[in-house]
Design a protein around this ligand. Structure first.
Ligand code: APR
Ligand code: PHB
Length: 389
């Protein structure tokens, strides 16, 4: 059986970025992806990159297009009860900023780079199975066009997302799972229309949360808080535009520009962490181990920080014969994951409408405090631009 140093399961941002960083460090891996290339490149996800994530893309050799086309945002707006308040990220964090660049584009850049390098990337790998990760050698099996395939490896990187096979291969008694499912969801649209502002607008209104984001100067990405069992067919485009205007309020409603809707979807909201991230030769990273609700856009950035710690640990193993970073991978990555969990939970609870009137009133007080306190806004800003890796 062929032996490779690392098998990466999943060609989302976590798996693809890990593969690039390992390649840059001289370590070969095989990447196995269940879906086809077109499907992976078309999936629409969040789009706010922390500075550390952009830097990691640069180190992985794919920093060029994001540097050219990414929109650098040094602030965002909070709209509360119809009035907009500016959060100046740069002033609050001593020059901090985020880059608005779709995850879809990150994935396209990473796939193009791997293909250009001629590195192994198997799409439509069916029935992936991960075995022996607590033994001398791990073995990964899959089916390729009906033919069975297998490789042995030193390490398996489980980067196969929330519904993947890697976390599911770990005996449940070895995992501690902590989870919160929220009683609301997001209805999202991607439209060919300029966004209402050149910065993001997060809205808390008495009709629920809304978010105005973008994928470029003429492409808006907007979200509305909706029920978890919402029927998307009950939301024709006109109803969505009207609701977006209402939540933004009378003063700003006219800023909402309508245009052809290219995509429409409902996203459930969940906080989830499965610990630890390491099980012998199997190392989990990204959504395979943790999920954040999308408020604050931390999902991709957490996948990036996991991969930063993991690539560093694997390269130290191969080049310096050191395993201390592999041994501390789980605790190091999780320390940052939990801080981002806290932030995402906090942003989510503060901005959404709940069902408990006391909690809802507290959240309004929390927002009023935030808007009146530089100390509180500084804490928001430093988390929003991203805690250091
Ligand atoms: N075998 C092979 N590949 C698999 C399997 C499997 N059994 N199961 C899932 N996959 C693939 C999926 O098709 C997907 O392409 O693993 C990939 C996982 O990618 P993501 O779900 O994008 O997860 P990750 O790379 O950790 O990125 C995290 O994605 O969901 C967003 O908000 C999240 O931005 C965050 C980012
Ligand atoms: C997005 O553009 O999809 C987006 C932006 C900011 C968020 C969440 C999603 O907080």
């Amino acid at each position: 059986m062929r032996h490779v140093p690392v098998v990466v399961v999943g060609a989302g941002p976590a798996g693809l970025l890990l593969a690039q960083l390992l390649h840059a460090g001289g370590i070969d891996c095989v990447v196995l992806e269940r879906r086809d290339r077109a499907y992976v490149e078309a999936r629409i996800r969040a789009g706010v990159l922390e500075r550390g994530t952009v830097e990691l893309l640069r180190q992985a050799g794919v920093g060029e297009r994001v540097a050219r086309e990414g929109l650098v945002h040094t602030g965002f707006w909070l709209s509360v009860g119809g009035r907009r308040h500016h959060v100046d990220l740069a002033a609050l964090t001593g020059g901090g900023a985020v880059t608005v660049y779709g995850q879809t584009e990150v994935v396209k850049d990473l796939i193009a780079a791997r293909v250009a390098l001629g590195q192994e990337l198997v799409f439509e790998a069916a029935d992936v199975a991960v075995e022996g990760f607590l033994e001398e050698r791990a073995v990964v099996r899959w089916t390729d066009g009906g033919s069975p395939r297998a490789v042995s490896c030193d390490f398996v990187a489980g980067c196969d997302g929330f519904h993947g096979v890697c976390r599911a291969s770990i005996p449940p008694e070895r995992l501690v799972v902590r989870e919160r499912v929220y009683p609301f969801a997001w209805l999202g649209i991607l439209a060919d229309a300029p966004p209402p502002s050149d910065e993001l607008v997060y809205v808390r209104s008495d009709r629920g949360f809304a978010l105005f984001s973008m994928r470029g100067p003429n492409v808006s990405r907007s979200y509305l808080q909706c029920r978890t069992d919402e029927d998307i067919a009950a939301w024709p485009d006109d109803r969505i535009w009207a609701e977006l205007r209402r939540r933004l309020g009378d003063i700003d409603a006219a800023l909402v520009h309508e245009g052809p809707v290219r995509e429409k979807s409902i996203t459930p909201m969940r906080s989830f962490v499965a610990e630890p991230l390491r099980h012998g030769r199997l190392l989990l990273a990204g959504d395979a181990a943790h999920i954040v609700p999308p408020t604050g856009a931390k999902g991709l950035n957490l996948a990036a920080s996991d991969v930063h710690y993991l690539s560093r640990a694997l390269l130290a193993h191969y080049h310096q014969g050191r395993d201390d970073l592999l041994e501390t991978y789980s605790s190091t990555a999780l320390a940052r994951v939990w801080k981002a969990q806290r932030f995402s939970w906090w942003m989510t609870s503060m901005l959404h409408l709940g069902s408990d009137p006391f909690d809802d009133r507290l959240r309004v007080a929390e927002l009023e405090y935030l808007l009146g306190s530089t100390a509180a806004r500084t804490a928001l800003a430093e988390n929003y631009v991203g805690l250091p890796f």
